[in-house]
Design a protein around this ligand. Structure first.
Ligand SMILES: *Cc1c(COP(=O)(O)O)cnc(C)c1O
Length: 452
């Protein structure tokens, strides 16, 4: 199938095809972007990204307002999807907080001027240095992921003379991805503390006995690229149940519950309808309200952690076409292999998760008939695929620009230097102007690490 025309998903909101058929982002022709900054390049549509962040902030503020019988909500942007100083600043300006999972991500949020109280720290194997940096900066929460981490955080807090606000990451047995969820996922994975085995309750009890720790809540993250919200409702009920149990046993009713992130987006325009922030917020608010009524507890303040649904649809990757090769298939058909100047080093998701993307000829219009194309990279690996199958004009040729939409999440953040390929820049476009958020790496940058 061809990529849908710009003006809807999976393109960011300001992408348009101009009079001569070339794409423009926020009024800037992609040929100008390529001339000024080279390819490959990640091109972020700033207004689109800010709009998605604002939509989440507003939808959660409305659905969880005290007037709606709720206790408020905070939206944390999951920085691992893509974090730079400018992006952290933008999402914070639009009303979001920032979730970090390493000292590096924490450093970016701090550099962006995000106040400590608006930063969270995750991670299943935090170092003392990371915990120290987080507490010195006064982060709003550390999400504890294991029993040994409780002593570790308490020791750092004692050394610094502070009380550390912590949450416990609970695995509820709900796991989701795409359209499906399963309510009793096996717990043979590295994250969190199991609800059913009692490990989560044990963690809660241990934390309550530590004066260096303030147990502010429970946390649940059930998966990624989730289109069906039912799994979140089941997980919310499970976590709220544990919260009520703890209150009954210890008298401590935790003030907060985090329901994680993972809301799905459209990558190809043919892959299902993603939930809107309003649908997510109202569905979660309803589930929380019902569960707390049944449990006889006050509602907690809720937080969520969207990553890809904020930054994913906001960026496209611009590539230049090189070699084009026609290959005969066993079934008698043909496939056109279109090689571009990047690949698995700038987008590992097709190789890692069989993720589907689409692509469109971006630098011109074409009346040529469509061929079935596979867009591939320049790496020494046959799995180096950017788009498995997409209809492209048969006259696609060297020098053309291709645009792959919805690459804002887990593209640059998972990029590598495989084959000693320097990583592409991240450009922000707004009102017809591009600016560099993260500059292009050079071979000199790579050689600078090589001690010879
Ligand atoms: C990855 C992750 C997220 C964000 O997931 P998205 O699919 O990008 O929304 C949120 N919370 C936690 C704990 C995560 O690990």
């Amino acid at each position: 199938m061809p990529a849908p025309e710009p003006g809807g998903e999976p393109w960011s909101t300001t992408v348009r095809r101009g009079p001569d058929g070339a794409l423009a982002v926020a009024g800037l022709d992609v040929r100008d972007i390529a001339r000024q900054h080279g390819t490959p390049a990640y091109v972020v549509d700033e207004a689109d990204l800010r709009g998605r962040a604002r939509a989440f902030a507003e939808a959660f503020a409305a659905a969880f307002a005290p007037e709606a019988g709720m206790a408020g909500a905070d939206v944390y942007y999951a920085g691992k999807a893509f974090l730079s100083v400018a992006v952290a600043r933008w999402v914070h300006e639009e009303g979001l907080r920032v979730d970090t999972a390493t000292g590096g991500e924490l450093a970016v949020a701090i550099r962006a001027g995000v106040p400590g109280a608006a930063i969270g720290l995750h991670g299943n194997n935090k170092s003392d240095a990371e915990i120290t940096a987080a507490l010195e900066h006064g982060v709003g929460r550390i999400v504890v992921d294991s029993l040994p981490e409780i002593d570790q955080v308490a020791a750092v807090a004692a050394r610094l003379g502070v009380v550390a606000p912590v949450m416990v990451r609970v695995t509820t047995g709900v796991h989701a991805g795409g359209h499906e969820f399963i309510a009793t996922a096996h717990e043979d994975q590295k994250f969190g503390l199991s609800l059913t085995s009692g490990a989560a309750a044990k963690a809660v009890e241990t934390i309550l006995a530590r004066p260096e720790l303030d147990l502010i809540g429970l946390h649940s993250h059930i998966g990624s690229q989730i289109l069906d919200l039912a799994g979140f409702e089941v997980a919310a009920r499970a976590v709220l149940g544990l919260r009520a149990d703890v209150a009954a046993r210890s008298g401590h009713l935790m003030p907060e519950v985090d329901l994680g992130g993972g809301y799905g987006i459209s990558y190809t325009g043919h892959d299902g309808v993603p939930p809107t922030p309003e649908q997510i917020a109202t569905t979660l608010a309803g589930a929380v309200r019902r569960a707390c009524t049944d449990l006889g507890t006050d509602v907690p303040r809720i937080s969520v952690e969207p990553g890809r649904s904020i930054v994913g649809p906001s960026a496209l990757t611009l590539y230049t076409v090189g070699t084009v090769k026609d290959v005969a298939l066993d079934d008698g058909g043909r496939r056109t292999y279109v090689s571009v100047d990047g690949g698995m080093s700038d987008n590992i998701r097709p190789a890692l998760y069989q993720a589907e993307y689409t692509a469109a000829l971006a630098s011109r219009a074409s009346d040529a008939e469509a061929v079935t194309a596979r867009v591939v990279g320049k790496h020494c690996e046959s799995g180096d695929i950017v788009v498995h199958g997409v209809a492209l004009p048969a006259d696609v040729r060297a020098g053309d620009l291709l645009a792959v939409p919805a690459t804002g999440a887990y593209g640059r953040s998972m990029a590598s230097n495989y084959n000693m390929v320097p990583r592409p820049p991240v450009l922000a476009v707004r009102d017809g102007q591009a600016r560099v958020l993260v500059r292009r790496e050079t071979v000199e940058d790579l050689l600078a690490l090589d001690e010879g």
